[in-house]
Design a protein. Structure first.
Lengths: 340, 340
DNA sequence: AGAGTCTTCCAAAGCGCTTTGGCTTTCCTG
DNA sequence: CAGGAAAGCCAAAGCGCTTTGGAAGACTCT
């Protein structure tokens, strides 16, 4: 059942039927009702391909997915996706993932924009002066950055959490508890979030005349194994830290294992605070010693990004407003006063 | 730059240019070269929307993503996606995720098929007599099931691992080691994979005249917390098992924690074998006691599904061939002879 | 040389929708 | 009641590609 058939059936022109269906004003309400009725009754659904060709709108939002045999998709992604999908569903938006060589995403961005394959895109895990941000900005497609990039001469719309503030708070608490040697087990420090977190820790330390030693900060891919290794390395050096801030719950698993392997205890020998993105399958309160965390639901962020994308597509949102969400510090059993 | 302009520029008809570009035989090789050349030089790229409208082909594969505020996407999904994306990239295929109410996916399947939004779909986490499988089968869109459904009067193409065989092997090993009371901490037993795993365990036990007690099998959503709870329940009952087979590494984290909380040890008091889908961020060899596993890369499965989908789209694959991959049993420190 | 067969190309008809520009009709105003 | 505005509808022109049904010319064969 297509427009032609439907309009013929109603003895109306395609124009009128199309307008009636799309809510244009120049059609009699009585007629509109008739049309709507018939459309529903015959289960008419406009062919999206045709509509796309005519309007250029696709009803899809895009994401360029970095891939490669040695490229792992971050497990956070799936939670973000949950939120995104949940919102998208209620607005009849689909999400198209365009896999790209991790080292050449630019080509793919250009392609999906040139081809008008999506109405908007989002960018995640941005780095300072991220080329992708600059690119989509010049390409002129609506977009939202999840996270932040820095060092551009233009503004852009983003949704981020206050990573610096969160880790500042966490470090401040540890310092207040008497810790003098803090360590940071961070994610990839080429990404902005990691930079911000380190900045937060440094700022808190500086406020008390302390510093974050060169050897007290690790930047690694966020796996359990890397958490373990980093912790071993940290705790086996001469000026071992008495407290650790850790960028992910997954790495925290490794931290806990390492501490145990070394015959130490949390929080007796080491205080630990980790960032919790709120996974349904791994909760900080369920660690053998309940974990203190800086907490921010990445799923909510996904929903928010979808919401903003939808708003930008429909022209409800404009400009380059960036929003930064505060992060909760949740204190549990894994922190205590510095030993000794 | 569109076809019209390009053909005008070459003083050829659109027909000829189109054919030259798409490799049709009825065009002079000399002409083809000229066309190809000009296309490349001017960066001509056919408009996919237009092509879609004309051919019906989209170059996309679809997945209906169950969502809802209380619906969590399985973390396995992201690994599967890695593999899928990796293959898709090399074949210029995009993946479209259509979020759907978890309780009504049918509408969405119908929509994406009716709208010709994708060339093929895949289905994951199937249940016995899964309605989605029956649906896409009748809708006539190419598809592959990742996993298996059962109880249909038709065949369908799937890629699955030998869950039954894997857990049969695991249980057999445990029995050989003298264990008499096994327990199974399984995933949602409405899904086929869980049913097969249970079947495998039962078969192994039966071969030695043993059975899997009612209270020795748990079916839960695969989270760390549920692994913990299940283990506590199992180990605190009178006829506590001496060995556990566990359906996921994430739950195994909870198992290990519960065992520790109870002051017991692995493998001294309890042997443990878990299924490992091969996450880059959590490895069985890195558990405090290296974990024995049944091992099968879900990422490889993703790549394979993508490959088969591509083959079906292009007509290279037909029929309803199902394939079942063997699963490796990897023995590590977490298993030992039964205590006592 | 005439008939038949390829080869190579083209004009035009879709695909199904939106949108422009215009044409009636109706309804007010003064 | 003439004149103008507003309402309601339509025909047709795109959007950019593929594909059908020829047609013209070159080539082969008898």
């Amino acid at each position: 059942m297509n427009l032609k058939q439907l309009s013929h059936m109603l003895s109306l022109s395609q124009t009128t039927v199309s307008r009636a269906l799309n809510g244009y004003p120049e059609v009699n309400e009585e007629t509109r009702r008739r049309v709507m009725d018939a459309a529903k009754r015959h289960g008419y659904r406009p062919n999206p391909s045709a509509r796309r060709l005519a309007t250029g709108k696709t009803g899809m939002i895009g994401y360029v997915l970095p891939t490669g045999t040695s490229v792992d998709i971050d497990p956070h992604f799936v939670e973000f996706l949950s939120g995104l999908g949940d919102y998208a569903r209620s607005h009849e938006l689909d999400l198209v993932l365009s896999p790209a060589d991790a080292d050449d995403q630019e080509t793919t961005y250009r392609r999906i924009v040139a081809n008008r394959q999506v109405d908007a895109v989002y960018i995640s895990s941005p780095r300072p002066a991220d080329r992708r941000v600059a690119l989509v900005n010049t390409l002129g497609i609506p977009f939202i950055v999840h996270g932040r990039s820095e060092g551009f001469d233009f503004d852009y719309p983003f949704t981020d959490i206050d990573n610096e503030g969160a880790f500042h708070e966490a470090a401040r608490l540890l310092v207040q508890l008497g810790h003098r040697r803090l360590a940071l087990i961070n994610g990839d420090d080429r990404e902005t979030f990691a930079i911000h977190r380190e900045r937060g820790v440094r700022r808190a330390l500086a406020a008390s005349g302390l510093t974050l030693g060169e050897r007290h900060v690790c930047s690694v891919v966020m796996t359990e194994e890397n958490g373990y290794r980093a912790t071993r390395r940290l705790l086996e050096q001469s000026d071992a830290p008495t407290a650790i801030a850790c960028s992910s719950l997954i790495m925290a698993l490794g931290v806990v294992r390492a501490v145990r392997d070394l015959g130490l205890t949390i929080p007796g020998d080491l205080s630990l605070i980790a960032h919790d993105d709120v996974f349904p399958w791994l909760k900080p309160e369920n660690f053998s010693v309940p974990l203190s965390t800086t907490r921010s639901s990445i799923r909510l962020a996904g929903a928010r990004v979808a919401e903003r994308l939808a708003a930008r597509i429909s022209g409800l949102e404009e400009g380059a407003r960036g929003e930064v969400w505060p992060v909760d510090l949740v204190v549990r059993g894994s922190v205590a006063g510095a030993p000794g």
